[in-house]
Design a protein around this ligand. Structure first.
Ligand code: ATP
Ligand code: MG
Ligand code: MG
Length: 350
């Protein structure tokens, strides 16, 4: 079979590589770091920077199709790659989700609900944003934020100076605080010929801005479940998307509010590895390779628990249980670092 090129060498790249290998593909990762989770399992590794245009060209020439496991890829790198081989998901999907302002504008253009938001570049625009949106609110960097990093919460307008200082001069958006009852996400896939398949929504609990657990089934009415799946399909179709997409949602009495989208396999979809016949990683490889999507129906109820930092020290005890263990091969368990996850089957899907 052909070789799948993956930009990024983290745990998502690792699990994509494993899934690709199971389908008979080889994988080649592009990752500046040496000892990365994906480098332990991929067949080939370009250990080069995203500013090395020659290396990017060689990488593109050596693979059949290119995908990515993180969204912060410089557009200059995309230019070099795109001229040589197809990239899935496409550039529009990547550019849209790289920037929280572009992303919110896109979602609003589809008629989907988001938190109220405004562009913030300086003290004056922050003051204006607070005047229209009010507090509590969250100031977020437009680019590069993840796991709640690059965010500052404003309880009152008095927090404006500190919040702006927290951005370190980076362009930001102010978001009104959404009074949600809980958070869910939809992991959705679209194939090259436009077929769409969505996994059952999962319910997500965060701790210190980092995903802690995902539980399926989520606490949703059947109408909310339908809404979630339809809006995910609307996003996929609007972007002419190929691959797996994660859509994070807030559940409120006024309906589902879209928090953000991720143009890749998603942490809140890890439960599919043990709750479905075809997991999100295989689904993504199938889509980008031009295969038909697989059966993503859920056969089990699952609780996925992330192992963050020292949580991984519990593995000897967890190994005595029936939980399915997934470790990323990271050496040092720094605080806040995602080391692995476990999937606990809690019942048969009804
Ligand atoms: P991820 O690791 O999911 O990419 P991130 O750094 O992009 O995270 P967000 O998803 O925007 O950050 O926010 C992290 C969490 O903070 C959300 O899951 C939610 O719990 C809370 N949060 C974010 N925005 C809002 C909001 N506007 N109102 C209320 N809570 C919010
Ligand atoms: Mg995010
Ligand atoms: Mg998020």
């Amino acid at each position: 079979g052909a070789t799948i090129g993956i930009l990024g060498g983290g745990q998502l790249g690792r699990m994509l590589s494993v899934a690709a290998s199971r389908l008979g593909f080889k994988t080649c990762i592009y990752e500046p770091g040496g000892d990365s989770p994906a480098s332990h399992v991929a067949n080939y590794h370009f250990q080069k920077g995203y500013d090395d245009l020659d290396a990017l060209k060689q990488f593109a020439q050596s693979v059949g199709v290119i995908t990515y496991e993180f969204e912060n890829i410089p557009t200059s790198a995309l230019d070099a790659l795109e001229a040589i081989k197809p990239i899935h998901p496409n550039r529009t999907a990547l550019a849209t989700s790289q920037d929280r302002l572009t992303e919110k504008d896109f979602l609003a253009s589809l008629g989907l609900k988001t938190a109220p938001y405004a562009d913030v570049t300086d003290a004056a625009s922050l003051e204006a944003a607070i005047a229209t949106i009010g507090t509590p609110a969250i100031l977020k960097t437009r680019r590069m934020g993840y796991d709640g990093k690059g965010q500052s919460r404003l309880k009152s307008p008095d927090d404006a100076v500190k919040a702006l200082a927290d951005m370190n001069g980076a362009p930001a958006i102010l978001e009104g605080f959404v009074d949600f009852s809980h958070e869910v996400s939809v992991i959705a896939a679209r194939s090259l010929d436009g077929a769409v398949s969505c996994y059952d929504p999962g319910e997500n609990v965060h701790s210190d801005g980092i995903l802690s657990t995902t539980t399926v089934p989520a606490n949703l009415t059947s109408a909310q479940r339908t809404d979630a799946v339809l809006l995910a399909a609307q996003i996929l179709n609007a972007l002419d998307y190929v691959g797996v997409l994660g859509v994070e949602l807030f559940v409120t009495p006024q309906g589902l509010i879209v928090n953000e989208i991720a143009p890749r396999v998603h942490n809140s979809g890890h439960w599919t590895q043990n709750g479905c016949t075809i997991c999100q990683f295989e689904q993504h490889i199938r889509a980008i390779a031009g295969w038909p999507l697989g059966d993503g129906s859920r056969h089990s109820d699952v609780v996925m628990e992330n192992l963050i930092g020292d949580d991984v020290l519990r593995i000897p005890d967890i190994a005595k249980t029936t939980d399915a263990i997934h470790l990323y091969g990271k050496a040092d368990a720094k605080p806040g670092r995602k080391m692995g996850h476990v999937n606990r089957i809690t019942g048969h899907a009804s």
